[in-house]
Design a protein around this ligand. Structure first.
Ligand SMILES: O=C(CO)COP(=O)(O)O
Length: 289
């Protein structure tokens, strides 16, 4: 099972309608590698290739599959709620749209909230949940985020679930304990992981310009994959995309993308700028591996 590179753009609480239209125009005009998933799979399952060509062993077939599969990125942009239908209507069809939050259960008398049902009703397939800004500013607990993820998934939404430690937690050596507890609260409520992308976003790196080093990111991503292996299952550990977020830019994305367990990015500030296209293109680093 191979993981498709994933690039999310979290526009947060930014933009006017005019600015949002301009960003969409840049995205629509960008030349980015196209998706090659089916082609890769066709080659992988051609049994006569090995039969007729003894020099083509299974190892090189797998390599061919990887090379082709990683040709493009899955791209999902997340505008503020009020711009969701407009962006969905204007955006190229090979890119998708995510909401930045949704209510924890079925809608009703919850003033100011947007329900998962409403997102689906207007054709929004993805939602970001558990972002650190909501955890810290709006007191969303691990359990509340776990409930939200489970409810959104149960309706058929795909979820970008965010986790990450504060600077204080990192400095006290509890990074892994913190992200494991956040992931555990999700895993306790979720049994089907195909529609989950796990976004590791160290709080100290968000909006600060202090990006995690490739080694720091890889270390946590690998530990998370091991955690998934030991606590959820081997298949989920291998197939779940773990993406990095926190001061990702056009300048630092390639080095981060080169890490084996970094399967893409969740980008804040730089997703509002043309350099987001360079970040989307960093998937090509995987092609060369
Ligand atoms: O919070 C983030 C994405 O969700 C990251 O934000 P920045 O890329 O602006 O640091």
């Amino acid at each position: 099972m191979v993981r498709k590179f994933f690039v999310g753009g979290n526009w947060k609480c930014n933009g006017t309608a005019e600015e949002v239209k301009k960003i969409v125009t840049v995205l629509n005009e960008a030349e980015v590698p196209s998706e090659d998933v089916e082609f890769g799979i066709v080659i992988l399952f051609e049994p006569h290739v090995t039969a007729c060509n003894p020099s083509c062993d299974l190892g090189s077939l797998n390599l061919m599959h990887r090379l082709l599969f990683f040709f493009g990125s899955e791209v999902v942009v997340s505008p503020p709620f009020v711009f969701l239908p407009m962006v969905k209507g204007l955006l190229r069809p090979d890119f998708q749209v995510a909401a930045q939050n949704c209510w924890v259960r079925r809608g009703g008398a919850f003033t100011g909230e947007i329900s998962a049902e409403m997102l689906l009703n207007v054709g929004i397939p993805w939602v970001i949940l558990g972002h650190s800004e909501r955890r810290s500013l709006l007191n969303e607990s691990n359990e509340f985020v776990g409930d939200k993820v489970a409810y959104a998934l149960s309706l058929g939404l795909k979820v970008i679930a965010c986790i990450g430690e504060t600077l204080q937690q990192r400095e006290s050596g509890s990074t892994m304990a913190v992200v494991a507890a956040q992931t555990k609260a999700i895993a306790a409520k979720v049994s089907y992981w195909d529609n989950v992308v796990l976004a590791y976003e160290p709080v100290w790196a968000i909006g600060t310009g202090k990006v995690a080093t490739p080694v720091q990111a890889q270390e946590v991503h690998l530990e998370l994959r091991k955690w998934l292996h030991d606590n959820v299952g081997a298949e989920v550990a291998v197939s779940t995309r773990i993406i990095y977020g926190g001061s990702v830019t056009g300048a630092n994305c390639k080095e981060l993308a080169g890490q084996p367990d970094v399967d893409g990015f969740l980008v804040g500030g730089a997703s509002l700028k043309p350099e987001f296209i360079d970040i989307i293109k960093s998937a090509t680093v995987k092609r060369q591996q």
